[in-house]
Design a protein around this ligand. Structure first.
Ligand SMILES: Cc1cc2nc3c(=O)[nH]c(=O)nc-3n(C[C@H](O)[C@H](O)[C@H](O)COP(=O)(O)O)c2cc1C
Length: 320
């Protein structure tokens, strides 16, 4: 197994998977302006990848889910995040990711989305560790290094019961979002619990890297959390919105920010032509923020339906 994880230097700063946010367009921008140690794709349904081929007879290349598995070589190392409670489907999808050239597979065992939980996947794995372990073993058949992203428990903190189940699986990396399923993202992440997770790792699986996730606001904040809790690195989610420079620690001017916003827009249209343009709105909300006139600019950007319309606004504003 070609395990890129062993070549990385600690502390690790990695990009979180975020559906309809960290797609190939945004990740390409991040790779250029502030590359993290590892990138994650958005989550992808392993069941959907398998079913379209087996049941509908559709070729993998025609499957719309493949949009979420697009990546460029500049993003490497990149890990594909899959979800499923069906080992056979997971094996199929993980092997497909190996063929596509991904560096690793991550299994989503923390997502609170009801439609995903109904399939026994995401956070629902915490209620059924035996299935979770079968799904992990199935992903390993791809030959790629396998990691898991999870939470500290379902309705309440269950670190002592749940985390050892995962640590028994010889994972290359375990990312823990330091909230329960029930807490969603509504309370502050429980970083005070991380030392217990690290102690379990030291005892049960010393080779498994541990990443903490939740509310990391800057490189400085990440380093502080790593030093205080003993984990190997941090995963950053919402901190990257409107700030593809996050991992470089660079401060940029308003004009530079808006120029890169346009570069992001062009890549979005070019690389993901089938996706709805309105998805760019959450990025515009974050890029056009924190300067005089930001609210007015945001309002105009929210009305746009194409790259040309965005271009026109930015020419009028003398940004490009
Ligand atoms: C818009 C959005 C989409 C997300 N999609 C995923 C996903 O596809 N897979 C996943 O494991 N977590 C997903 N998450 C959770 C994040 O990866 C991360 O765990 C969470 O945002 C907490 O980290 P943060 O405080 O740094 O944002 C998503 C979060 C957001 C805000």
């Amino acid at each position: 197994m070609n395990n890129f994880w062993q070549t990385l230097k600690k502390p690790l700063f990695v990009l979180a998977p975020m559906a309809d946010v960290t797609d190939v367009a945004f990740r390409s921008v991040i790779a250029k302006y502030g590359k993290p140690d590892v990138m994650w794709t958005e989550f992808v349904a392993a069941d959907g990848l398998y079913a379209t081929r087996e049941k509908v007879g559709m070729k993998d290349e025609e499957n719309p889910l493949m949009q979420s598995l697009l990546f460029t070589k500049e993003e490497s190392p990149i890990v594909a995040q899959l979800f499923s409670s069906n080992p056979e489907n997971m094996e199929y999808a993980a092997k497909l990711c190996a063929k596509l050239g991904f560096d690793g597979i991550d299994i989503n065992m923390g997502c609170p989305d009801r439609s995903i939980e109904k399939q026994g996947a995401g956070a629902a794995h915490m209620k059924d560790p035996e299935t979770a372990k079968k799904v992990i073993q199935a992903a390993k058949k791809s030959g790629l290094p396998v990691s898991v992203k999870t939470r500290i428990g379902y309705n309440k903190e269950e670190i002592d019961a749940w985390i050892p189940e995962l640590l028994s699986q010889d994972l290359v990396c375990l990312t823990v979002h330091l909230r329960t399923r029930k807490e969603m993202s509504k309370v502050a992440a429980h970083w005070e619990l991380m030392p217990r997770i690290v102690a379990l790792r030291d005892e049960l699986a010393p080779d498994t890297l541990i990443l903490g996730n939740g509310d990391v606001e800057s490189i400085e904040d990440g380093n502080k959390k790593i030093e205080e809790t003993g984990c190997d690195g941090v995963m950053v989610g919402r901190g990257i919105f409107g700030n593809p420079w996050f991992f470089s620690g660079k401060e940029v001017s308003k004009d530079e920010k808006l120029k890169v916003m346009f570069e992001h827009t062009k890549l979005y249209e070019e690389l993901l032509p089938q996706k709805n343009f309105s998805i760019m709105r959450k990025h515009y909300k974050a890029y056009a923020n924190g300067f005089d006139g930001a609210a007015e600019l945001r309002a105009k950007l929210f009305e746009t339906k194409s790259r040309e319309e965005v271009e026109k606004i930015l020419i009028d504003e003398k940004i490009i």
